[in-house]
Design a protein around this ligand. Sequence first.
Ligand code: NDP
Length: 469
Amino acid sequence: MSTVKRTTKTSVGGEQQPQQENNSQMTAAQLKEVEDLKKIQPANEFGGAIGTAFLIFLLPVLVYWLWVSMEFNQGYLLLPRELSLAGFQEVGATLYEKVMTHAIPTQKSFTIYACWFLFQVVLQALVPGRNVLGTPLPGGKRLPYVLNGWRCFWITMLAAFALVYSGFIKATILYDNFGSILSTINLFAYVFTVFLKIQAKLKDEEERMSGHFFYDFWMGFARNPRIGSFDLKLFCESRPGLSLWVLNNLSIAVKQYETFGYIPLSTAMVCVFHFWYVADFHFHEEAILTTMDIVTEKFGFMLVYGDLAWVPFTYCLQSYYILRHVDANGSPLNISFQYALLVLAVKAFGFYLFRWVNSQKHAFRRNPEAPIWGKRPEYILTKRGTKLLVSGFWGIGRHLNYTGDIIIAFAWCLPCQFDSPAPFFYFAYFTILELHRCHRDHHACAEKYGDDWKEYCRRVPYIFIPYIF
Ligand code: NDP
């Protein structure tokens, strides 16, 4: 059995420590796995070279379309005819002007975003956290991470509150500069992806490349790009986008207070739900280390744009919609207390499923012998050495965590009621995302685990809803 010795040291949380990884020796199979990553791979996801070229330019357009529909069309989705040049001439010349004046990046938007991004970098780099190792990568290597998300999240929220309270910034600063900050981030996302490409090339960290420019730009280059011990992918997945989403919501809520004299119950619910989701994410931050995004995906435009722009600027559309979708008297649509309770019940059910399914897998990966629902868990020991859980939620459905997340997405849209399909965009998009993600994960696992995956699918035949799908 051929082996490759490694004797590196890594810096974890600022201390020099021996790398507690099982990458000190690679088996022949692991070595082959690593070598295979360097081979050219077919461009067969997301519509291949053409599909991804389209997505790289379409995604920002989609975000602008949603924002413009909210801001300038009372939350009704602008139709393609209204957005066409002819449409602009017919009804929208002023719309065009408005969009241009609101969406051009400004010195202010650059300053806001630069301060924001750097502040998040400083927090990630300096705030103490738990030192943990990630899941084994091809070759058996495990990367060290410092998990300080919970503290960083609260420091961010307190800092934002302090800046507003002291009068240094206006609470509506994010809403007031929504379009120009969005444009700034759009530009940054392209530049940052180019940086990732150059970095991966220089450090010879590119893997699973196809040779198609747009496809690789979209899918990414290196799996876990780092600057020293600073993990760029974990940072972008967890920090600048998620907290900005929460703050965008709060900024819009304050705008509602200024506009209507109160914050509607519907907005309060949306803000609390989103805050809860992001706070929960940070509280269970370690669980991200076993997700597809961290373990499998490379870091490219898809994740960069998703993390930095898509999440903070489309996930807050429900509160934006409630602000702009007013009745003839200028009052927002509100909801009854009974309706709010119903929405809360849907959200609580979705959240219960989402949280416990994810936590069950994570706890199992940490300690496969720990009881699940009072019993010793059953699992399939794969030829790769990892274990596939077939007890608890993971014995009922293969992706009940996605089911929970989709129910949560629906609950977030419900406070907006049914006047316009626009606020349900998130639910529609998220359902498609999860179906597609499930399809990709299934193929990745089938490739990774071969017959073991077939056996798992035989034992757990349903994916989202037991006995139905
Ligand atoms: P999962 O957490 O389900 O991870 C899938 C991986 O888990 C598989 O590739 C496999 O990897 C491992 N696995 C699969 N089945 C089993 C099993 N039976 N036992 C043990 N391990 C198993 O999915 P994601 O990473 O896609 O998502 C995690 C959560 O994040 C989900 O709830 C999702 O909804 C949410 N999410 C939310 C987003 C948002 O924008 N709100 C965006 C994306 C995700 P391996 O065996 O190699 O470890």
